[in-house]
Design a protein around this ligand. Sequence first.
Ligand code: SF4
Length: 224
Amino acid sequence: MPELEVDHEASFKLKEEFKRLTVSQFKQEKDIHVTNLLWCLEKAARRIDNPQEEKPNRYMVEGTLAHLDLEPIIGALFGEGKVVTREKKIRWRGIVGTIDLMIDGIPYEIKTNATGRVNDTYLEQLSSYLIFTQAPYGKLVVRWLPRDFNTTDTEYHIDVYTYRPLREHLDEWVNTLTFRRDTVKASIRTGEHVPLEDINRKFFECGSCIYAKLGCPYAIKGRY
Ligand code: SF4
């Protein structure tokens, strides 16, 4: 009998569990989610009227796994003796938000990032949750991943931010969110594509988008 052999059954079980945990994060639903309104609105509309099996890319899978690790740690560390809710679902004017953590009424958004800078979409997401919950501020936790895993830097690169936007900023964001929601709804109702000027597509999105393969007229071709 070899000293070391793969336990196929246990490996399979673990892989299936990882798959369940990560793929469930990309499950398509009939609701309009905040996260869909931060990116390409054509994709947001088609995800609802023409749902397809979407495969997360490697970066998304690793990010999701890191995220799942962080939630209970942060909840235990900052939520001692407080009310902690993980994955809290909130509905606001026909938009659904799932808040990573609510600790004593304060929304926490957890991100994993390899670019080294806070993305605008993180703050847009947190602004949405502040509007939905009426919380006075939110917390953003960013775990910075190295771009080079051979680095000898062994520091833990993680930052916690307090986000307290101005009232005017939140009012502006209410208008943007409702406009995007109405744009997506209109596209679903009429079957027309989202007008190109309203699409809010980021330059890299088409590269991993299933609708590019299905003939989206707006798909940007090439390398990403
Ligand atoms: S292919 Fe590009 S433009 Fe079309 S839905 Fe996907 S991300 Fe949006």
